[in-house]
Ligand binder design. Sequence first.
Ligand code: ADP
Ligand code: MG
Length: 450
Amino acid sequence: IWADVLGYVRKNISEVEYHTWFAPVKNLGVQEGSLVLGVRNSFAQEWFRKHYLELLEDALRSLGAQHPQVSFQVLPAAQDALLLPSDPPPAPPVPGRVSAPPPSDNRKTLNPKYTFENFVVGPNNNLAHAAALAVAESPGKAYNPLFIYGDVGLGKTHLMHAVGHYIAERFPEKRIEYVSTETFTNELINAIREDKTTQFRNRYRSVDLLLVDDIQFLAGKERTQEEFFHTFNALYENHKQIILSSDRPPKDIQTLEGRLRSRFEWGLITDIQSPEFETRVAILKMNAEHNRIDIPQEVLELIARQVTTNIRELEGALMRVVAFSSLNNVPFSRAVASKALSNVFAPQEVKVEMMDVLRQVASHFNMPPDVIRGSGRVREVVVPRQVAQYLIRDLTDHSLPEIGQFFGRDHSTVMHAISKVTEQLGKDPELTAAVETLRRKMKGLEDEDS
Ligand code: ADP
Ligand code: MG
C-alpha cells in the first residue's frame, strides 16, 4: 500500500516538495493499526507532523482505511548524510512507538532547512558564519550578543536558525526561542491588552538562547524597546546567548534608544554581503543536490549570472527553471533556462558581465585590463578604473561589494569612483565623451547578442 500512498501524495504536492520530503522516507510497516514512517531527523519528524499528516491520512482514506493513523519515527543516524560528523547519534528508535517529541516546543519554529550543513560559506559570509559557529559551540561565552546584519535574502535568518539547531542537538535541555521583532512586538501588545505581561516576561527571560530577527523594526517602537531592554539585560546578566539580525548596523537604526544601541554593540557585529558568482553557483548546486535534481553545471552558471544579489531569488530562479522543464517535459539546458527566466528578467536586464565592460573600457583607453584592475594610482590608470566601475554599476546588476571585489577593493572605493565620475560628467568633455561612447557601444553589444 505504501506505493499507492506515495502515488496519492505525489499527485497532491509539487515535485520538488515530493523529492525533498518523501523520497528519503522509509516505510516501517503497520504497527498497532498505525502506518509507521521513518524520517531522517527530529526536524523532519516535526515537519511531517505539521505539514503532511493530513495528506497522508487522506491518502490512506482514499485507499479504504476508515480510521487512518500515521506516525513518524526518526531513523538511526547513519541514514542521515546531512548530520555533522561530530554529531552524537540520535537515540535508537523504540520499536512500535513514536519517539518522544523534542524537549522544547518552540524548536519547531526553526526551519529544518536552515542548518549549518546547508549553509554555503563564501567570502561574502565567512565571518558571520564563523561567528555564528563560535556562538553555537559556546553559547553565552563567545560573543554576546552576536549582531548579524546585511541586505534581505542573504542568509541572516538561515544562520540564526542554524545556531538554534546546533544547540538543540547538542544541548537538548536548553530552551531556545526564535522570534521576529514583529512577533515580539505583537505578542507584547497582546500581553499588555490581556494583562499577561508577567507570562510574556517569564517566557522570554527564561530562555537559554534568544534569536531575534529583523531587530531594525524596533525603530520608533518605544514600548517594545523598553520591554526588550529588560529582556536583554535579564538574559545578558545570566550569560544567556542573544543573537540579533538586522538589515543595517546598530548605529544606522534610527530612533533606537541609545542604551539599546550600545548594548547591541557590546558583543560582535558582523555582516553578510552579496555572494559572488562562485558562491552563487555553489548555493544552486547544493540546492539542486538537496532536491535530487540533476542539472548541468552550465545551467546553474547561467542562473547564477542572472540573479546576483538575493539568494532567495536565486533559489526561486532555480525552481522556476526546474518547473519549466518538467512542465514542458524537456531536459535542462541553457536555452530552456533562459526561456524559463525570460519573463522574470526582462531582456534589457540581460547582464553585460563585468569583464566585458572592463575589456571595452580597456580598449577605449588603450590599456590592458589587468593594469586597470591593478593597484596603479596615476591618473592615467585611475580615470579608466573609475569609468569602468561607474559603467559596471550602470549597466549590470552587480552590487557595490561585488564590483569592489572584482577590482580587489572595497565597496566604499567603488562608491567614491562612481560619485567622482558622476560629478565630472558634463564638466570634463573628454570623460563625458568616453563614458557616452562606451555606454552606446555596450548597449549595442547587448542588442547584437540577443
Ligand atoms: P535573510 O534573513 O538575510 O533575509 P534568509 O536567511 O531568509 O535571508 O535567506 C534567504 C534564502 O537563501 C533562504 O532560503 C536561505 O536558506 C538561503 N541562503 C542564504 N544564504 C545561504 C547560504 N550561504 N547557503 C545556502 N543557502 C543560503
Ligand atoms: Mg530574515
